[in-house]
Design a protein around this ligand. Structure first.
Ligand code: Z5A
Length: 218
């Protein structure tokens, strides 16, 4: 079977803390897919929260600062899942059914890491919500870009003002990172990449891991 046939209908997700380099890594994944023989029309990109008109509105809500009213932790969690269902049903599943490769900038692990690890919501409750919202749907391969929160935030700060979530204490991001690290251990179809490396080294690591994953596909 050719690489293009093996990759048809696969959902590749990139996860990591802010400033880990997810947007940059998506370019590397696209380059790798093109090297395997795919054309641009066979690749779809998504981001979470967001990626459809309504899901982008939900993204605005979770990023919003409202004077005198905090977004409750469970409201934040439910908005993440509402946006995710909207994206999966309207964009991801149709693209996969059309044999495209979908590259997701964040997916379910971000809720476990941020709302679970960071905010402290019980992971089993989040898994129950995930099951109700998405059933068994999940990524075929997840690349976790692992970075010290201090370094990631310093990179993110270089871009300008921090948003509501980015301003949280460093402990929040350490707890989120710990959940991400455990998820890689628990999920066989995932790898951790050292995101503190140089651009070239990160690209090389991602391509090596994608090569291995491709080899493992029947
Ligand atoms: N969130 C949540 O809480 N729960 C959920 O379920 C979901 C999300 C899905 C989304 O914000 C927010 O929602 C996020 C989690 C939360 N909140 N926070 N905080 P976003 O989409 O705006 O933010 P992000 O996903 O974290 O993206 P980002 O900050 O843009 O990070 P990135 O895409 O990983 O980084 P980048 O743009 O590729 O790189 C950042 C900078 O570093 C840039 O200047 C690069 O040139 C530089 N960079 C990248 N790689 C390198 C290397 N290797 N060396 C040096 N410099 C580098």
């Amino acid at each position: 079977m050719s690489a293009v046939q093996k990759l048809a209908g696969k959902f590749i997700v990139i996860e990591g803390l802010e400033g880990a380099g997810k947007s940059t890594a998506i370019q590397y994944i696209q380059n790798w897919l093109i090297k395997q023989g795919l054309v641009e029309a066979q690749i779809a990109l998504t981001r979470e929260p967001g990626g459809t008109t309504l899901a982008e509105k939900m993204r605005e809500i979770v990023k919003m600062d409202v004077q005198g009213e905090q977004l409750a932790d469970k409201a934040e969690l439910l908005i993440m899942y509402a946006a995710r269902v909207q994206l999966v049903e309207h964009k991801v599943k149709p693209a996969l059914a059309d044999n495209k490769v979908v590259i997701g900038d964040r997916h379910n692990w971000s809720s476990l890491a941020y709302q679970g690890g960071g905010r402290g919501i019980d992971l089993s409750l989040i898994n129950e919500i995930k099951q109700v919202a998405l059933g068994d749907f999940k990524a075929d391969f997840t690349l976790f870009l692992d970075i010290e929160p201090e370094l990631g935030l310093a990179r993110a700060r270089g871009r300008g003002e921090l948003d509501r979530i980015e301003r949280l204490a460093i402990d929040f991001f350490n707890r989120s990172r710990a959940v991400f690290q455990q998820l890689v251990v628990d999920e066989p179809n995932s790898v951790s990449i050292d995101a503190s490396q140089s651009f070239n080294q990160v690209e090389e690591s991602i391509h090596t891991q994608l090569d291995k994953w491709l080899e493992s596909l029947l």
